[in-house]
Design a protein around this ligand. Structure first.
Ligand SMILES: NC(=O)c1ccc[n+]([C@@H]2O[C@H](COP(=O)([O-])OP(=O)(O)OC[C@H]3O[C@@H](n4cnc5c(N)ncnc54)[C@H](OP(=O)(O)O)[C@@H]3O)[C@@H](O)[C@H]2O)c1
Length: 287
């Protein structure tokens, strides 16, 4: 398909993307808007979200950029955002679960969950499920989750998601990114035909990731970041999965550099994926 056809094909697409106020999400939203899609960005800070929406409209010439605001680590906010989306938009062709963070100190969310679990797994799990009917009625539709190669080496116990005795921020982050892959594969098994679910590692990208952690972590992170790629490069696989006709029928896969790749053995354990889904249904109150 040539680029004109690609642009035309995105004009009837409505794309919802979380964490679109910074880094990979901001570039992904901008480039999908540039391809003509109606893009709905979710941010947690009203002024920042408005400023990013306006900047995307200005730089792409696409006026169809809408915004919604909420703290996605709070499940009641996830529910409110889902309800607002359903009320405002008739279609959902692509949902990009991009918002995420690493927390180097132990924090508890409004709902009483460990913060990484709440923001990186329970929030996209709940949002996707609340929007599933709209995805099903908008087919062809795609769900994309931004995971990470940090999932390698991680383990999850679906019967005790919230309960490590000692907290280590990187371990919690790796586990949450493993959950993104398990969630993607289980979602791909559960959704009806016409909806695909894929996830990705964006590369090591110079963004605001990790920078909200204070103390020694901030300067350390800035040093490590010298080896990172740009947000433009980091957004490529998200944009590809959201828009390329090449992956219209591909589902349940983990992508790196726009190519399907093997993920860890733990991430392809379908029994763990099924149990994680059931526990997450209970924790998010979907049951
Ligand atoms: N950077 C990397 O090297 C890398 C590698 C692998 C995977 N990833 C994944 O890529 C995704 C995007 O991260 P990034 O690198 O682009 O980081 P980033 O620049 O920090 O962007 C994270 C986005 O998530 C939003 N966010 C954070 N907490 C939120 C909350 N409680 N409620 C609502 N939104 C919230 C942020 O909002 P604000 O703008 O208000 O902060 C921002 O828009 C994450 O899932 C991350 O795990 C990143």
């Amino acid at each position: 398909m040539n680029s004109t056809a690609m642009t035309q094909s995105l004009q009837d697409q409505t794309i919802l993307i979380t964490g679109a106020t910074s880094g990979i999400g901001r570039i992904t939203a901008r480039e999908l808007a540039r391809k003509g899609a109606q893009v709905v960005i979710v941010g947690r800070n009203p002024d920042k979200t408005q400023s990013v929406a306006s900047e995307i409209q200005r730089s792409t010439g696409n006026p169809r950029v809408a915004m919604m605001v909420g703290d996605l680590s709070d499940l009641s906010e996830v529910r409110r955002i889902a309800a607002e989306f359903l009320q405002r938009f008739d279609r959902l062709n692509v949902l990009i679960n991009n918002a995420g963070a690493v927390f180097f100190t132990h924090r508890i969310s409004t709902d009483g969950f460990e913060m990484t679990l709440a923001l990186n797994h329970l929030s996209p799990f709940l949002l996707t499920n609340l929007l599933l009917e709209r995805l099903n009625s908008s087919t062809p539709a795609r769900v994309i989750s931004v995971s990470s190669m940090a999932h390698w080496g991680a383990h999850v116990n679906p019967d005790n998601l919230n309960g490590s005795r000692t907290y280590w921020g990187w371990r919690a982050y790796s586990q949450s990114k493993l959950m993104n892959i398990l969630f993607t594969r289980e979602l791909a098994r559960r959704v009806g035909s016409g909806v695909t679910a894929n996830c990705l590692h964006p590369g090591f990208v110079a963004t605001n990731f990790g920078k909200s952690n204070g103390g020694i972590f901030r300067p350390l992170w800035s040093l490590v970041e010298l080896a990172a790629i740009s947000p433009e490069q980091g957004a490529k696989t998200s944009i590809y999965l959201a828009s390329s006709p090449e992956v219209a029928e591909v589902t349940g896969q983990y992508f790196v550099d726009c190519q399907p790749q093997r993920s860890s053995p733990e991430s392809t354990n379908d029994d763990t994926g099924r149990r994680l889904w059931e526990t997450s249904v209970n924790l998010t109150g979907l049951a």
